[in-house]
Design a protein around this ligand. Structure first.
Ligand code: ATR
Length: 268
């Protein structure tokens, strides 16, 4: 059977197998999709062995997206610009690396009724998550993108790789006026939702790249209390990025919103 997997550390709680099995069922494809845990520093060996034993494609999650970028024969499009790969496909005897995270975010925002073209965006964080989505947000025609990070030098270095409408800032001292506020930090994993002045979230669409099955992440709770016009967690982004990966591998695009609905109801 055609073999796929998600590789990361930790990967035990990944929803990717559930999502890809649901896509496969929906589109009538026969494939297997497993979870692979690689030790820190062990990406190369694990990926070599997966493809040497007949694997056809990998999704890559934390902390290996940078290692995957270095490992693939060729990084394409957003992956080359972000220097991060979340999807690997075997093409003949060569591996191609893609980054579908940004497309997933833009696609989920669109499905939620938010078109980022011409809008003013605040991205909180400057780590792997933000790095991965920036190319797609720039390509979607965002009017202004401010990357704000606790460690300002990281935000500055990241913004410098993009056109002039991508700026950097510190977390404090931000002025209100953003249409969309996106959390790309990992602070929520430790229960922290408040990262910036709450006046910035008021009347803005607030989006958390972290997710919870019931949508209640710390950042979403904080944004709701701050008076955001709409609040969403990143489960939709996860499903959308998986949908694009599935289309790269299998040549058919699944109905992602249906699978998202099933996940929310816990019935995949
Ligand atoms: P990832 O690849 O998951 O993005 P990372 O590269 O370690 O992981 O980045 C984590 C991001 O969350 C960073 O932007 C980090 O800020 P720093 O660059 O200053 O470390 C941010 N972050 C994590 N915990 C945070 C907290 N408690 N408050 C504010 N930002 C936080």
């Amino acid at each position: 059977m055609d073999r796929y997997a998600v590789i990361g550390n930790p990967v035990a709680h990944s929803l990717s197998p559930e999502i890809h099995h649901a896509f496969a069922e929906q589109t009538g494809q026969r494939l297997s999709y497993e979870k692979l845990t690689a030790p820190a520093g062990g990406f190369r060996e694990a990926a070599d062995s997966f493809f040497a034993t007949g694997g056809l494609g990998l999704n890559v999650t934390l902390p290996f997206k940078g290692n995957a970028f270095e490992w693939v024969h060729e990084a394409r499009g957003a992956a080359a610009r972000a220097k991060a790969v979340n999807t690997i496909a075997l093409e003949d005897d060569r591996t191609a690396g893609f980054n579908t995270d940004g497309e997933g975010l833009v696609g989920d925002l669109r499905a939620l009724g938010v078109n980022v073209a011409g809008r003013s965006l605040l991205l909180i964080g400057a780590g792997g998550a933000v790095q991965g989505v920036l190319p797609a947000l720039v390509d979607a025609g965002a009017g202004r993108i401010v990357v704000a990070n606790r460690t300002v030098s990281r935000a500055r270095a990241l913004a410098a790789r993009y056109p002039a409408n991508v700026e950097s800032a510190a977390l404090d001292g931000l002025a209100p006026g953003f249409d969309v506020v996106i959390n790309g930090t990992s602070a929520g994993l430790k229960g922290q939702g408040a990262l910036i002045d709450e006046r910035i979230a008021r009347d803005a669409v607030c989006y958390d790249m972290l997710y919870a099955r019931d949508g209640s992440t710390p950042f979403c709770g904080w944004a709701d209390r701050a008076g955001a016009s709409a609040v969403a967690d990143g489960l939709g982004m996860l499903v959308e990025q998986a949908g694009t990966a599935f289309a790269i591998w299998r040549g058919v695009r699944p109905d992602t919103r249906k699978v998202l609905e099933e996940l929310r109801q816990g019935c995949t």
